[in-house]
Design a protein around this ligand. Structure first.
Ligand SMILES: N[C@@H](CCC(=O)N[C@@H](CS)C(=O)NCC(=O)O)C(=O)O
Length: 230
């Protein structure tokens, strides 16, 4: 029986919800990071992080008796280990490898090129190449990143899909004016239909809707990622 689990930050909370895992979620104010978070939860000061086990305490007073786990991908794997029957990781070794490959590809071909584009360092075509790579991993006629079930591969990429939606709908970012919309137009073409259908399905998941607040994300972009650099 899994023990108390507290998630700091909510980026990967959708994996907990998909696994029906009892948990507390605590939102850390990153601009005014509490000292106790750095001292008692994650010395790197980053979210997400979890405490697991030990007494069921106030999230603002974490117990020295709980395990502290950081790094989103490590936490996703930990959740899959805690809930082996949730389907978060398939049982089949080949599918497990495919999930891990998709997660690795999400970092290299989606996350990194996305921020390179949003920060004005690379043109949108560079990010599109990354999306093409991810699309190549999606199987025709399947609903999920890997196999027939929601896995940590879907949970890993989904928060970035919400960010993609923001830039193609609002053009917010440090790239030249209009390039967010242009990226959106390209993605609406036939070439990216498989990827965009996947995006649509992921954004419609109740777990995502429950944990995602589009308005706050837009506010975040306006505050930190919208000032054009050129
Ligand atoms: N590689 C880490 C990155 C974590 C990360 O950079 N988190 C950001 C928020 S998404 C953060 O905590 N930033 C606050 C800071 O660096 O002070 C992971 O995947 O968990």
């Amino acid at each position: 029986m899994p023990e108390q689990l507290t998630l700091y930050g909510h980026k990967i909370e959708l994996a907990l919800i998909e696994a029906n895992a009892p948990h507390k979620a605590y939102q850390v104010k990153l601009l005014d990071k509490p000292e106790w978070f750095v001292n008692k939860v994650n010395p790197a000061g980053k979210v997400p992080a979890v405490t697991y086990g030990g007494p069921d305490v106030d999230p603002e007073d974490p117990s020295p008796l709980s395990a502290k786990i950081a790094e989103s991908i490590v936490i996703l794997e930990f959740l899959a280990d805690l809930y082996p029957d949730s389907g978060l990781l398939p049982k089949d070794p080949v599918l497990r490898a495919n999930v891990r490959f998709f997660i690795d590809a999400t970092t290299k071909h989606f996350h990194d090129p996305f921020y390179a584009f949003v920060r004005g360092c690379e043109p949108y075509e560079y990010f599109l190449k990354g999306i093409e790579f991810i699309q190549g991993l999606l199987e025709e006629g399947k609903d999920f990143a890997v196999g027939d079930h929601y896995t940590i591969a879907d949970a890993c990429i989904s928060p970035y899909l919400t960010r993609l939606k923001v830039i193609i709908e609002t053009d917010l970012g440090q790239y030249p004016v209009g390039m967010g919309y242009k990226l959106g137009d390209e993605l609406k073409g036939h070439k990216f239909a498989k990827f965009m259908k996947y995006v649509e399905r992921m954004l419609e998941r109740p777990s995502l809707k429950q944990t995602h607040d589009q308005e706050s994300l837009i506010m975040f972009f306006k505050t930190y990622l919208a000032e054009r650099v050129q």
